[in-house]
Design a protein around this ligand. Structure first.
Ligand code: UT7
Length: 335
């Protein structure tokens, strides 16, 4: 029997219409366009409509990914969603709702929670399901309505985050040249307080205290997270390249999590990446957490920059703390 590999067949994304610019934020909190641009590289971010929920965005991205993979939705046998802003905090999972919105019936569906690392975590899960022979076509979705947990009076966080979704189809293949080269994911829960949404949950069930203290909003130790992100990502990405005996100049597309331009630049410089190798969307989308990497992949696909067989190097870092990296060829059709 021939070996089965996981391959990255297609990409899709959805960006909500409404834009929140730095100029808009200047009217909301004590900040300036200049500060935001200099410290983060962000010019604007997109915000979902009031009645637009995470599964709506995820389903829109997923429809594109399914169309572009040239498969019928009936061929999908697993639906996974990475999000920390689910439609419902307890149940049902956003993956179940996305499946229903797509008319995908009777297949396994569940969410994972790995914050900004969610999409790359999903690659590890999809790879395991596909390469064990349990599933053939996995729909993976990273979708976030981060605006629903942002305190728009907190200048240290509200300037960073945006909403959106990205999706991909991961399929079984017997062709080694289409296979994921490597994926790696890790976590360290001792840094849980670096990035946390204190409520709702068993630590802080919904109560008047939660609302009075704003515990439903994301809190971040920004500077500490920044420093650890640079250190961890640089080490992680160097390791995945060394382990697979690939030089950074052989990577046409370095697609990092889009949290802060300065983090991306520091890691890119440590790897001696040239500007044209590094995919940057943080300026126009901000940090969209689990949606950030697939939205960035979609950007280069839609602009015709991503060709069949080209290597992508992904890296990400987020709440948990979690981090992950992946090295894989794009095994789908170019635009
Ligand atoms: O996606 C998951 C992972 N997340 C990240 O990787 C985010 C990592 N962190 C960051 O991107 C950066 O730490 C921030 C952009 C959040 C902050 O940049 P920083 O260079 O680390 O600034 P800082 O937190 O050290 O703050 C410097 C100063 C402070 O004022 P003082 O104490 O020096 O007077 C802040 O109060 O900047 C002030 N500040 C602001 N000033 C204007 C913080 N936010 C703002 C703001 N506008 N929006």
């Amino acid at each position: 029997m021939s070996q089965i590999y996981a391959s990255f067949k297609s990409i899709g994304a959805y960006v909500p219409e409404k834009i929140l610019s730095n100029a808009d934020l200047e009217t909301m909190v004590d900040t300036t366009d200049e500060w935001i641009l200099k410290r983060t590289g962000i010019k604007e971010r997109h915000i979902a409509a009031d009645d637009e929920v995470t599964s709506d965005m995820g389903a829109k991205a997923a429809r594109l990914a399914i169309d572009r993979a040239d498969i019928d939705k009936e061929e999908i046998d697993l639906v996974l969603c990475a999000t920390v802003t689910p439609d419902y905090f307890n149940m049902p999972s956003t993956a179940c709702i996305i499946s229903d919105k797509l008319g995908i019936k009777n297949v396994q569906a569940f969410d994972i929670s790995a914050a900004c690392s969610g999409f790359v975590y999903l690659l590890t899960v999809a790879k395991a399901f596909v390469e064990s022979g349990m599933k053939k076509n996995v729909l993976i979705v990273g979708a976030e309505k981060f605006s629903s947990i942002v305190d728009y009076t907190d200048r240290s966080t509200c300037i960073l985050f945006g909403d959106g979704a990205g999706a991909a189809i991961i399929s079984a293949t017997s062709k080694k040249e289409e296979a994921f080269v490597d994926v790696h994911a890790s976590a360290d829960g001792s840094y849980a307080d670096f990035l946390v949404t204190p409520a709702p949950g068993t630590v802080n069930p919904v109560s008047q205290k939660v609302l009075d203290e704003g515990l439903q909003y994301v809190q971040m130790k920004g500077n500490e997270t920044f420093k650890l992100a640079v250190k961890t990502l640089t080490k992680d990405v160097k390791e995945i390249l060394a382990k697979n005996e690939i030089n950074s100049d052989e990577i046409p597309h370095f697609i990092p999590h889009q949290a802060n331009y300065r983090i991306i630049k520091a890691v890119g410089d440590a790897l001696k990446m040239k500007e044209e190798q590094v995919v940057l969307t943080v300026g126009k989308y901000g940090n969209t957490s689990a949606a950030s990497i697939p939205m960035a992949i979609n950007d280069i696909w839609e602009s015709g920059r991503l060709q069949n067989g080209e290597l992508m190097l992904l890296d990400t870092f987020g709440g948990g703390l979690t981090w992950a990296s992946a090295l894989l060829p794009f095994a789908g059709k170019a635009k």
